[in-house]
Design a protein around this ligand. Structure first.
Ligand code: CA
Length: 360
């Protein structure tokens, strides 16, 4: 009996072992997949570009070299805003960019970066992961043969650099401001003149008065742009409370990968997105301290309540217009609004109460 047991155990172990051998020797498991990624950013762009480098390192290491990621920055592919088409067509397998850049191609891509008066990063990430956000994003991007995964948050962005103080809604009328996306439309609704200008020309445009104001990101990336040298007022934010970049994946390529590599790919994306948010917060705090120390003349301002009220009313009007035109827009707007209502009540009683009690 004992002998038989040993025979059975030995046979069992041999079976397990041969199973293992078969699994690890399948051609699929030895195959190396090279995926090409196009990013919107120039080579070595801080923080945003660090996120793609971290993603590459993680994906290659976790897959033990079965995934190889080749990153092409803007300098190489020459089209910062071409990422959507690159990945949709399969010219690139992956992308790293911002979903709100594609609203001209599909209006419903607008909602997955950040919305004026919308969720903060912690609220929005909860919506993506548990509140139906990822499912809605899948619904939008699958129509284009793509999948999108969060790609790193800048955190709450500053409202921008202004040449003159904004005391009332009247001061916004005719104001020439670089402010892209839905926030630009909101500004136009209250009488401002939003324009989009490439990053490299922003400093000169503000210095020469081609524009009266601009928004970029916040201390993490604004300091090196030098805007504080040409505009005295730095306003707090309202228009991009949770700017989340995105990874794009060509779905045909995604489904051609074995399941473990698909999981490694999306896990590496989420982990680098997590790290980019931490890096953004770290750099913002560090640079904000430097700005206060080295440039004490920067005047930090917050819009008055009547200005916020006018912007919020314009925002709500434009959202209602979008919802009436497109059922999927309505579904996303309703999902975000319903979740924000619950999340904000909790943020108010948790983080906000805590921070208020600390500042007194
Ligand atoms: Ca911005």
């Amino acid at each position: 009996m004992k002998f038989l047991s040993i025979v059975f155990i030995t046979m069992f172990l041999m079976a397990c072992n041969s199973d293992k051998q078969t699994t690890s020797n399948t051609p699929e498991n030895n195959k190396t997949y090279t995926l090409k990624l196009a990013e919107s950013w120039p080579s070595n762009f801080p923080i945003f570009g660090d996120a793609t480098k971290k993603f590459k390192k993680l994906a290659e290491e976790m897959s033990n070299g079965r995934l190889k990621i080749r990153i092409d920055s803007k300098n190489k592919h020459k089209s910062a805003l071409g990422i959507f088409d690159f990945v949709k067509s399969g010219q690139y397998d992956l992308g790293h960019s911002g979903s709100y850049y594609w609203k001209g191609k599909d209006i419903n891509t607008l909602f997955f970066t950040t919305m004026p008066f919308g969720m903060t990063t912690s609220e929005q990430r909860a919506w993506f992961e548990y509140g139906g956000g990822q499912e809605l994003m899948d619904k939008v991007y699958s129509k284009h043969g793509m999948k999108s995964i969060i790609g790193g948050s800048t955190g709450n962005q500053m409202g921008g650099w202004f040449q003159k103080q904004i005391n009332s809604v009247e001061d916004l009328k005719g104001l020439k401001m670089r402010i892209p996306g839905f926030a630009g439309e909101v500004m136009a609704e209250v009488g401002a003149k939003p324009i989009n200008i490439p990053a490299g020309e922003l400093y000169t445009a503000l210095e020469r008065g081609t524009i009266d104001a601009l928004e970029w990101v916040g201390p993490s990336l604004d300091l090196r742009m030098g805007f504080h040298q040409v505009a005295p007022y730095y306003y707090t934010g309202w228009h991009e409370p949770a700017t989340e970049l995105q990874f794009l994946i060509n779905l045909k390529k995604y489904h051609s990968l074995p399941q473990d590599l698909r999981t490694i790919l999306t896990t590496a994306m989420k982990l680098s997105a997590y790290e980019m948010y931490a890096q953004s917060e770290y750099e913002s705090a560090k640079n904000w301290a430097n700005m206060k120390k080295d440039y004490p003349n920067i005047q930090v301002k917050t819009f008055s309540q009547p200005v916020f009220d006018a912007l919020r009313a314009a925002n709500n009007k434009l959202l209602a217009k979008l919802a009436s035109k497109n059922p999927l827009s309505k579904e996303i707007i309703d999902s975000q609004a319903a979740y924000l209502k619950k999340a904000r009540a909790w943020s108010a009683i948790s983080d906000q109460s805590y921070l208020n009690s600390q500042s007194k």
